[in-house]
Design a protein around this ligand. Structure first.
Ligand SMILES: Cc1cc2nc3c(=O)[nH]c(=O)nc-3n(C[C@H](O)[C@H](O)[C@H](O)COP(=O)(O)O)c2cc1C
Length: 363
């Protein structure tokens, strides 16, 4: 018997198996951040998973960075998500929503409001991002958040969490990985604040801890999760000591009562690591700092996932890219079937093609 396919319970949440669909930004929302009708089909097709984590979803128009990403801050968005969670629940999976405030990883052309993108500090990321209007564009320099703005920003996550619960989600995952706003607070190269919310280790973790506590107080710690990616350099994140930063963060969070801690392994896309040392050391280093469920993503296979679960290193195994072209991924892994390769050129395009049109092996 392979534990990967066995039901389990984490933080009181009964799951039909231990396979999680990773958050995957696919840019299939309309200009007002409402998921298009075929988004429901896409998630329902993949609800053989025990748990689905939604694509990164903005908590306000100010949190948007990319074109065509969805939100959870208007009644139309909440209604669209409710039809999606209903369809996912009907097939037996649970669903969390990932909250993605992009911070400095944003371009004005991708946003519905004229305000400049905000970040802990006015540090411009190296590199460029896609805009539908003018293709690749340099990142602008963000505006540094005022200290007085931080309580309202934390409250934005609380309101979004209440909206997500109203939309039928089983919980929310705060995106503190991959270089977005919460990760920008954590990392030493993006947080130069001197107001108690930066510079020192305790200062850099403070806002993230406050947001988690505020969301947990509103919807319950058991419905609150966090995603981190120590050592991952995506979006120009270069922390001086990512394992120290994340160990301190996890020690400060109520992980015993939270739904789970989700780690994206730093070598998921590139062997280039930021001071995290050996990628194999990330989970064993963080494990003692997580008092509840630890889950992980990054090039897992059925065999590696089962081994990590059986050794107690992680409780759930998270798959990202394999779910894109294999809606029935759980069945395929279980049966040892070949996996279809995704069409990468359609990852972020606006239509159903390359999205909800991948067939299962047995229709
Ligand atoms: C198209 C695409 C979109 C992604 N979008 C997100 C996202 O919105 N939020 C996030 O935390 N990670 C995102 N990721 C990272 C995945 O969640 C996952 O951690 C990563 O792909 C590694 O797992 P894998 O090797 O199984 O694909 C994305 C990855 C891909 C390929």
């Amino acid at each position: 018997m392979n534990s990967l396919y066995e039901p389990t319970t984490i933080a009181g949440l009964a799951l039909q198996n231990r396979i999680v669909m990773a958050p995957l930004t696919r840019n299939r929302a309309d200009a007002m951040g409402v998921p298009k009708p075929f988004v429901r089909d896409y998630y329902a097709q993949r609800a053989g998973a025990g748990l689905i984590v939604s694509e990164g979803t903005q908590t306000s128009f100010a949190g948007q960075g990319y074109c065509r990403t969805p939100g959870i801050h208007t009644p139309e968005q909440v209604a669209a998500w409710k039809s999606i969670t209903d369809a996912v629940h009907a097939r037996g999976a649970k669903m969390f929503m990932q909250f993605m405030h992009c911070g400095r990883i944003a371009h004005p052309l991708n946003r519905q409001i004229p305000d400049a993108p905000v970040a802990p500090s006015a540090v411009r990321p190296a590199g460029q991002m896609w805009t539908d209007q003018q293709q690749l564009q340099d990142f602008p320099t963000p505006r540094a958040l005022e200290t007085a703005e931080l309580p309202a920003l934390a409250n934005e996550f609380v309101t979004a969490a209440r909206n997500a619960i109203a939309a039928g989600f089983d919980g929310v995952e705060l995106h503190a990985a991959n270089g977005y706003l919460l990760n920008q607070f954590l990392a030493s190269n993006t947080n130069l604040r001197t107001d108690g919310y930066g510079t020192t280790l305790q200062g850099r973790i403070r806002f993230v801890v406050e947001v988690v506590e505020a969301v947990a107080a509103a919807i319950g710690a058991a419905r609150t999760a966090i995603r981190v990616s120590p050592g991952h350099m995506f979006n120009d994140i270069v922390d001086a000591n990512p394992l120290e930063t994340h160990s301190a963060l996890l020690d400060a969070l109520p992980t015993a009562r939270m739904a789970y801690v989700h780690v994206m392994l730093p070598d998921a896309f590139s062997p280039q690591l930021n001071n995290a040392g050996d990628p194999q050391a990330v989970l064993p280093t963080l494990r003692p700092h997580v008092k509840g469920a630890l889950i992980a993503a990054g090039n897992l296979t059925a065999a590696s996932a089962a081994a990590m679960i059986e050794s107690g290193l992680i409780q759930l195994a998270v798959f990202g890219r394999p779910f894109i072209a294999n809606p029935d991924l759980v069945e395929r892994l279980k049966g040892g079937a070949a996996l279809t390769a995704p069409r990468e050129q359609l990852f972020y395009t606006p239509d159903a093609e390359g999205y909800s049109d991948y067939p299962p092996l047995v229709a």
